[in-house]
Design a protein around this ligand. Structure first.
Ligand code: DGL
Length: 270
């Protein structure tokens, strides 16, 4: 027996595995089909037009696998492509921006919320708009942090250089007295320890990956698509990438918390 259609999750590369991890923790009965567009990463420094094209191609690949829900795990792609994807695909679609903004709006006491992300995510204004939509009195202080993705991929999570870079990027947020910080990039959950050390106990970190997994669960439940305890077939987990799988496999463990045994290379956008 097959476990039925799964959740399709895509990202520009390996970072979206933080969302897969959160989904596997909270929704362990669900099958997941993951696509990392490793041939075209990074998305964070590319134009919205290019990212939308990549996102449509990634979504088309996953939709072709017969998924029941599509998750845009990449913050940059979520920031710019969700309206285009909703128009094109007849599937429930969950991005990471709205869940992250919603959780941050609930977490803040002072109404001063910081957001960090790629240049593409921050310049799109998507988190800023989503936060203000949750609560129009929230003051949002947004900071692009382009050096953080390479530092995380290098594995320098606990490195002095990373601490200095984090200090530099967060200085304007601290100066504004934020009490909540949205981790608006797939890679940043791995920096929680250094961010907590630099920002101290007075700043709550909102992990968009965790917030998104909650919203995915709610969306499946409300549509009667959530697998229940009566479903005994083991869930499937399949991983696809667009470049050779070697580097992805090497660093996947850090993001997923488990090894990714089988990764298949596919072609998109041709
Ligand atoms: N996945 C991207 C994001 O969350 C980070 C890596 C990239 O720039 O592609 O924005």
């Amino acid at each position: 027996m097959s476990p039925g259609p799964g959740i399709g999750i895509f990202d520009s590369g390996v970072g979206g595995l933080t969302v897969v991890r959160a989904v596997m923790d909270r929704l362990p009965r669900e099958s997941v089909i993951y696509f990392g567009d490793t041939a075209r990463v990074p998305y964070g420094s590319k134009s919205p037009e290019t990212v939308i094209r990549f996102a449509r191609e990634s979504a088309a690949f996953l939709a072709g696998k017969g998924i029941k829900l599509l998750v845009v795990a990449c913050n940059t792609a979520s920031a710019v492509s969700i309206p285009a994807l909703r128009q094109e695909f007849d599937l429930p679609i969950v991005g990471v921006i709205e869940p992250g903004a919603l959780f941050a709006s609930r977490a803040t006491g002072s109404g001063r919320v910081g957001v960090i992300g790629t240049i593409g995510t921050i310049s799109s204004g998507a988190y800023q708009n989503a936060l203000r939509e949750c609560n129009s009195s929230i003051r949002v202080i947004a900071q692009p942090c382009p050096l953080l993705v390479p530092l995380v991929e290098e594995g320098w999570l606990d490195h002095e250089i990373t601490r200095l870079v984090v200090e530099e990027y967060t200085r304007p947020l601290v100066a504004e007295g934020i009490d909540t910080l949205v981790l608006g990039c797939t890679h940043y959950p791995l920096l929680k320890p250094v961010l907590s050390r630099v920002l101290g106990d007075g700043v709550r970190l909102v992990d968009s990956a965790e917030a998104t997994a909650e919203v995915i669960g709610d969306t499946l439940r409300s549509r009667g698509l959530l697998r229940g305890s009566e479903e005994t077939e083991r869930p499937d987990r399949k991983f696809y990438v667009s470049d050779i799988p070697l580097k992805f496999q090497e660093i996947a463990q850090r993001f997923l918390g488990a090894a990714v045994p089988l990764v298949t290379q596919i072609k998109v956008g041709e």
